[in-house]
Write a protein that binds this ligand. Structure first.
Ligand code: ZN
Length: 197
């Protein structure tokens, strides 16, 4: 049993896993995968991760809460990009995708949802709003990756300005590594102000 952190509002679960690593001083990506999944082959996925049965169990164990807050569907709908794709696929496929996210999809979910909803694209790079990051640190004591920052087509923080691309190492060489939204990856830089509507 591990002490898994509670996800923050609109936090992607990738980010919660990265924070777990920070909380417990885990610097080895392999050890992080061992702790969370018991499997070193899991790919660090931003948009549509899977094995939510394990994440849900970690949360329910850690918080001794068997209520709906940490059930698998709530986690999928509140902490992944699945709800963006869901309206574009029929119910039977949605059920199948949720089943994959609960267990393991080995890429099938990206194929199915990518084909079905090609107009929604997910960015390859993590993005952030530097002012939101500073606010998170003052409110929560730590930063996290928000889901809305990762949606293609949304290029501005609704409050502050243009989103910036995080300085996280190339994903293809670090497929199994979860990077936290720390200042070293999210430098505080000026951002263009959002255009007036
Ligand atoms: Zn912001």
């Amino acid at each position: 049993m591990i002490n898994f952190p509670v996800p923050y509002p609109d936090e992607i679960i990738y980010s919660t896993i990265a924070r777990y690593g920070v909380h417990f001083g885990i610097t080895s990506p392999k050890q992080l995968l061992d702790d969370i999944y018991g499997d070193r082959k899991v790919v660090a996925t931003i948009d549509l991760p899977n094995r939510f049965s394990l994440i849900s169990a970690h949360l329910q164990d850690s918080k001794r809460d068997n209520g709906s807050k940490f059930d698998i569907d709530t986690l999928i709908y509140e902490h992944t990009l699945f709800p963006l794709f869901a309206p574009f696929v029929p119910e039977d496929r949605r059920i199948k995708c949720r089943a994959w996210m609960k267990a393991s999809s080995k890429g099938a979910i990206h194929l199915m949802l990518g084909i079905a909803a090609s107009r929604i694209k997910v960015r390859n790079h993590l993005r952030y709003c530097p002012i939101c990051i500073q606010e998170q640190i003052s409110i929560y004591g730590e930063p996290y990756w928000k889901r809305i920052w990762q949606v293609a087509g949304i290029d501005h923080c609704p409050l502050h300005g243009l989103l910036l691309t995080a300085q996280v190492p190339n994903k293809t060489q670090h497929r199994h590594q979860f990077f936290p939204a720390m200042p070293s990856y999210c430098p505080i830089q000026p951002q263009s102000i959002a255009p007036a509507f």
